[in-house]
Design a protein around this ligand. Structure first.
Ligand code: 5AD
Ligand code: SF4
Length: 458
């Protein structure tokens, strides 16, 4: 018997997924971007087809971020926008950090959502999809500690040359401002064997750059008897034949040991770039943030990198306007910028987050004052970057070609230090994209370099 529906609104969730098309939009960090590659792979393996617009999809997946309030609001704007479209036969899934943080409250805020799942539950994704397809109206995956990392052979990678590998999930720190321990749960490291196997498979498939991911990669600890630390794993990944570049993100200064700098010095495949978030240049603020290091201890790590044989590029994250941050504390941060001379940084205005210990702290900094501080900070950093980048004029940088800007007749590449280098070269797209070229730097701006290459592909 064939059921006849007078309107799409009477379709069950299961019937609505029967078209088996999905659209996925990702917010937030690199971990989230890579989780989406795994989720997309899982969906493809379950018989779904990926489409380019939410309008064309039966299943619309939002992989969400809640690091700051603005990021969190984005998913609710999207859901609001599609409130009525839901009645036209779409199933909505909210996954990632907002899903974990808000849980079933999402169903109250957006009743047209059918699936809510945090990253620690992605191993159950095929089972949750099957429930949806069987007609379940609401499916949740909100366990925070499953003791394992989400590992799937079906990852659908966005970039054909650079591949991401998660080595550790979750975070055991408790920074006073940060929601991540609540959204991604406690730390779970993958075995070194499974990481190496994945990296070798990727090298075999033609990937030349690997980026190791984790909320705090430095606290990686191999759960197998080998018991490798992060520096050992990093070095071993960099020794896989075919792998020309290895990057890692993100680091926590407390767990950043000298062995990591020694590994970079000894192994040219490890990129000479370290992202080491400091958050504040004031030890008083660092203590209030529960960062577990002082300014002096942070500077010791900077000294290790500055005295390395390789020219290691250093970048950071800064929060301005943390509760209790005085003008003097802020000046200490500006002073740190001058002392370290970062090659780039991300600056954020403090945003109060649910469950975090800073939420109830006194001495909030007014919004206008946060804005004033971030503007001053960014201006100071801009001058530093102009100076640092112009020091590279005349040098030759090995550049991995990523794309082409037809309008400017330029290739867009990236140096080992993770700088963008736009350059001219007579080669064709098939010949150049994904290749490594020596490029002479001829000009420098605050955020990128310009150069010329006459050399052939290496
Ligand atoms: N407010 C503002 N910035 C934050 N970050 C993390 N939590 C917050 C918050 N509550 C910043 C930190 C971190 C980066 C990923 O985001 O600088 O390193
Ligand atoms: Fe956003 Fe942090 Fe979650 Fe990444 S881990 S998506 S930055 S809240």
């Amino acid at each position: 018997m064939v059921a006849i529906h007078s309107s799409n609104e009477t379709l069950t969730a299961g019937e609505r997924t029967s078209g088996k098309t999905f659209y996925i939009e990702t917010f937030g960090c690199q971990m989230n971007a890579h989780d989406s590659e795994k989720v997309a792979g899982t969906l493809l393996h379950s018989g779904y087809r990926q489409v380019d617009t939410p309008e064309a999809a039966g299943l619309v997946v939002y992989n969400t971020c809640s690091i700051r309030d603005k990021a969190e609001q984005k998913v609710f704007h999207r859901l609001d926008h599609f409130k009525r479209a839901a009645g036209k036969g779409k199933v909505f899934a909210v996954i990632g950090c907002v899903a974990q943080q808000e849980g079933e409250r999402i169903f109250e805020k957006a009743p047209h959502v059918s699936l809510v799942a945090g990253s620690a539950s992605y191993t159950r994704l095929p089972e949750m999809l099957a429930q949806l397809e069987a007609g379940a109206r609401r499916v949740t995956g909100l366990d925070l500690d499953n003791g394992e990392a989400f590992d799937t052979p079906f990852t659908r990678r966005d970039n054909p040359h650079r591949a991401y590998i998660t080595i550790i999930e979750g975070c055991d720190k408790s920074c006073a401002y940060c929601v991540v321990p609540f959204t991604r749960g406690p730390e779970r490291s993958r075995t070194s064997e499974s990481v190496l196997r994945e990296a070798e498979t990727l090298a075999g498939a033609g990937y030349t750059e690997i980026q190791l991911l984790g909320q705090n990669v430095n606290s990686y600890r191999d759960p197998s008897p080998a018991g490798w630390d992060f520096a050992t794993l990093l070095d071993r990944v960099g020794r896989i034949p075919g792998i020309r570049r290895v990057r890692f993100t993100t680091s926590h200064p407390r767990d950043f040991v000298k062995g990591i700098v020694e590994a970079i010095d000894a192994n040219p495949a490890l990129c000479n770039h370290v992202h080491l978030p400091v958050q504040s240049g004031s030890s008083r603020v660092l203590a209030r943030m529960q960062r577990l290091y002082t300014r002096d201890e942070y500077m010791r790590r900077i000294d290790w990198m500055k005295s390395a044989r390789r020219n290691i590029s250093i970048t950071t994250d800064i929060i301005v306007g943390f509760p209790g941050e005085t003008e003097q504390d802020f000046q200490a941060t500006l002073d740190l910028l001058g002392e370290v001379e970062y090659d780039s940084l991300f600056a954020f205005k403090y945003s109060p987050r649910p469950n975090t210990s800073a939420l109830t702290m006194e001495d909030k900094v007014p919004e206008e004052e946060k804005t004033r501080r971030i503007m001053i900070l960014l201006e100071k950093q801009r001058a530093i970057q102009i100076r640092r980048n112009s020091e590279l004029i005349g040098t030759i940088e090995e550049t991995m070609v990523e794309s082409r800007n037809e309008a400017l007749n330029q290739w867009i590449g990236r140096t080992s230090q993770n700088r963008t280098l736009n350059f001219t070269h007579s080669g064709s797209a098939e010949a150049l994209i994904g290749k490594y070229l020596p490029v002479m730097v001829t000009r420098a701006g605050p955020n990128s370099l310009v150069g010329e290459s006459t050399m052939s592909v290496v």
